[in-house]
Design a binder for this molecule. Sequence first.
Ligand code: ATP
Ligand code: MG
Length: 350
Amino acid sequence: MVKQANYPLPAGFRLGEYRIERQISLGGFSIVYLATDESGQFAAIKEYLPNSLALRREGQVCPDIPEEHLPAFRYGMKCFFEEGRALAGLSHPNVIRVLNFFRANDTVYMVMEYERGRTLQEVIRNERAVITENFIRNIFTRLLNGLREVHANKLLHLDIKPSNVYMRNDFSPVLIDFGAARQAMQNGIPMLKPMYTPGFAPPEHYGHRDLLGPWSDIYSIGATMYACLSGAAPQAADQRAEKDKLIPAARRWSGKYSDHLLETIDCCLRLQHLDRPQSAFALQKALTADVSQDGGRRRGLLGEFVHRKIMPKRYEFGMWLDEFTSTRMGRLRQGIATFRHRIKNRKTKK
Ligand SMILES: Nc1ncnc2c1ncn2[C@@H]1O[C@H](COP(=O)(O)OP(=O)(O)OP(=O)(O)O)[C@@H](O)[C@H]1O
Ligand SMILES: [Mg+2]
């Protein structure tokens, strides 16, 4: 089936307890909307609608799905649903929060907390000046907190790239757009094209998919850090396996960033999965390591003290803050949600 543009649900459309306000984005696999719930709170709603399998024309609500694509569409929908259910169990400030999940209009919807900000891709494109060594260490250390939580729940993201890292206005990062559903689909039914993104996908995505593991997400994190420096995706892993033209970060940006950071990026981008940091925690340790040995710039006694003792603690403080908010605030949030739910139930009973 030829790729086509699906029409979004119109503004004002009532989708269960939500009202569609406007379309936020249209991807190959889904449409994201800004919506409001009954109390006027904003939510982001992702609608499963792979444009290679289903077509919604203008004015239609339920998409047309040709008979021959029904099995693939249903299988993908089941995976999307299961993925949402798994995500709904996660509560971490660096992982997008899934609030609700339901079926309607012959497809499924994932309701997420609406975040205000822009993607890391947009930051790379429009705000290059903010991308300093500190920025990279800070953002990725915090992002890895979220990734640790994902991996601890036996999930892989599998599509980490600048456009799937959302930067809140306070510059805290959030992982969005989990690809495991697509991953499962590729294994089961070959009708859906692999959805990985060249340049960010690890080599095992292309061939030995049984080797996929936390180290695969680490490759993508390395590629994302590389893209922060270069402004573009690195050479795709399948091409690198044939002729590796990727200039190591340590060579390309020598003297501009610490050797330690550049070597860490190169280490994540190793083609052999066993040569990369094996866990998000291992990479986090590398990113928070003392970099005062690097560069050998003279800072004076006070400067050296700040650089050695205080700067590394900033990243650790960031990690601690995220952990703190994920546990304490997570419980508080759950408490508030349960309370709201009870009040709502009481009102409907009356
Ligand atoms: N929870 C959210 N809050 C605010 N904006 C969001 C949220 N989720 C997604 N978005 C916006 O929608 C865009 C697309 O989201 P996402 O990356 O999940 O889907 P996609 O790339 O279109 O998906 P696919 O590849 O599955 O078709 C994001 O870049 C972001 O701008
Ligand atoms: Mg995306």
